[in-house]
Structure formats: C-alpha cells, structure tokens
Design a protein around this ligand. Structure first.
Ligand SMILES: [Mn+2]
Length: 317
C-alpha cells in the first residue's frame, strides 16, 4: 500500500467513511475510532463512522457519539475505509457504502482475508488491527484520543497482552501509546475487567452451580431461561464466564450452556491444550476455533451435556 497516496486521498476527499464489522468488539471499535480521531487530528476532517451498537464500556472513547446510528442511505464516499473486517459480508449493512465508494481501503489482521477492497493492508502478524494502524500512523499526529482507541483495541484482541499473538512490536506500540498519555490501568479495568453487579451475580451463580465431570477434566455450567430473567441479564452479561470456568485447575474443557428459548441452548466451548472444540461444535452445526467454539443444541441441559461429553471423551482417548 502506498501510504503517501492513502493520506493524500484522505486529505483531498470531500467525504470519508469508516466501517467496522458486525457485532463490533474492542479491536473493531478501537480501530474505527482510532482512524476517526487520527484523521481528525491530522487533517482536521470528520469522517463518518458506521458500526452496529457500541458496547457501553467503550463509550468513553472520543467519537463514539459520532457513530452513525443505523445505516441510512447516504451520498457516495470518495474514500471508504474498512477496519478489522475479514470479509465484505462482515461489514453488514455498511456494505452499501463500500460498494458505492469511489475508492476503498481495507485494514485488517485476519489471515483469512482475501483482500476485498481496492487496496488492502492485511498483516496477520499484527495482534490487532489497532496495532497495524499504530504502525502506519505518523507518531506526531497520534493524539491522546487516538492513542486511547488504539490501546483499547490492542488490549481486547490480546486478552490484555497475554494471547500468543503478542509480539515485541505489540509491546513497543503499547509503550508509544503510553507515552501519548494513555493510562493502561484505566482502560484495562474499565473495558475489560469491570463488571456490573448483575454480571458478577450471574458469574458467581455459574461458578457455584458448576459441575466437574470426567475426573475433573470437564467443567460445565448452565443457565436456564428463568434464572436469566430472575437476574434480568442480557446477552452481553455472560461474557468472560466461560473463561473463568476454563482456568479451573485440572480442567481441559469448559462448557457453558445458556437457554435462549425453551429447550434451545447456546453452547460455548473452550479447551486448554488437547481437545479440538471446533470439531465438536461442527457436529452440532456450530463453528469456531480449536480452543474456542460454539453451537446451538436442543433438549434438556442434561441431554446436551451428555452428547458433548461423549465427543470430548473420544478426543481424550
Ligand atoms: Mn481484530
């Protein structure tokens, strides 16, 4: 990618659009708003940002109030930038602006990205799209607003600097962002570890009610619909519970079932080192990665757990 041309195009464009992927995670929000703030800081230009609803814990980032709600019909963008979206379908309703745009750029780190934009910067070695952006931005124009966004993106795609995707470059960029004024503990606690009272209650309940199976190699917890309504929890309230189960000493596989409808369960699976949980989820029409996968199952919680442990057993023997 010719960066000089990229920045020239942005500087000369009448309208610049930015779009993330559906169900935006920390890296998506951080890289979209990081780009927004950088363009604002460097060119004094307001880009339009398109994303689905941003989680409340990210709303302190500068520019979240500028994210355009819904995907209204808009005039054509001269330059349209997609961030952290591995394929064009993941742009969701934002794809209409992408298809209409004069010139498109894609910035991403997903290895499966085939380069669907006119110009593409895809670096699968980058721990986060936010890391990739930090490495192409001119340091002098990275203000604190931009730095906060990029730091948040990196924190979330690295599980707070502990996943295997973390490199020396990741840490060096994090260091640069700290120099720009980022307060790491603030962002990490506020957006990663902080839980609402209800989230803590349901976490506690899941841990209390969890069951160890197969000599402690499997841990299971499930949340029936009536328990969810008792605590008044929504979908996002159950994030992180599966990981808390997974790190139980001696456990290889963690299973969390959440009843979505009567006898219909959203199943999350995690493994530590041996079991390929994506193989198991695929058997039940789900998908995912080797260590993290999910599927939907039907019947009683007991039946679902039995079916899952049978498959886990096969892989452990
Ligand atoms: Mn990402």
């Amino acid at each position: 990618m010719d960066f000089e041309k990229l920045w020239n195009r942005i500087s000369e464009a009448k309208r610049v659009g930015i779009c993330g992927h559906v169900r935006p995670d920390g890296d998506c929000v951080g890289s979209c708003l990081g780009m927004y703030n950088y363009i604002l800081s460097r060119f004094g230009k307001e880009a339009d940002v398109y994303m689905e609803e941003v989680s409340p814990e990210f709303l302190f980032l500068n520019g979240t109030d500028k994210v355009i709600k819904g995907y209204p019909d808009a005039e054509k963008y001269d330059v349209f930038l997609t961030l952290d979206s591995g394929d064009a379908e993941r742009l969701g309703d934002g794809i209409k602006y992408f298809n209409e745009a004069g010139y498109t750029y894609c910035f991403d780190h997903h290895p499966t990205n085939i380069g669907y934009a006119k110009e593409n910067l895809i670096d699968s070695k980058a721990a986060a799209t936010a890391e990739l952006l930090a490495s192409i931005f001119d340091e002098d124009y990275i203000d604190l607003n931009t730095a906060n966004c990029l730091y948040l993106g990196i924190v979330h795609d690295t599980g707070v600097f502990k996943h295997s995707n973390v490199t020396r470059r990741t840490m060096e960029i994090a260091g640069l962002l700290i120099d720009k004024g980022v307060i790491p503990g603030d962002i990490i606690d506020k957006t990663f570890y902080e839980k609402t009272y209800v989230q803590n209650q349901i976490l506690g309940r899941c841990l209390m009610e969890s069951i160890l199976l197969m000599d402690g190699k499997v841990i299971v917890s499930y949340v029936p619909a009536e328990i969810q309504s008792f605590y008044g929890i929504s979908n996002s309230d159950m994030g992180g519970i599966i990981d808390q189960l997974r790190i139980t000493k001696g456990v290889e596989v963690a299973i969390l079932l959440k009843e979505a409808n009567k006898r219909e369960w959203k199943v999350s699976l995690r493994s530590n080192s041996i079991v390929d949980v994506s193989k198991i989820s695929v058997m039940f029409a789900g998908g995912g990665h080797i260590r993290a996968a999910g599927c939907t199952m039907y019947g009683s919680a007991h039946d679902c757990i039995n079916s899952l442990t049978k498959e886990i057993e096969k892989q452990l023997h």
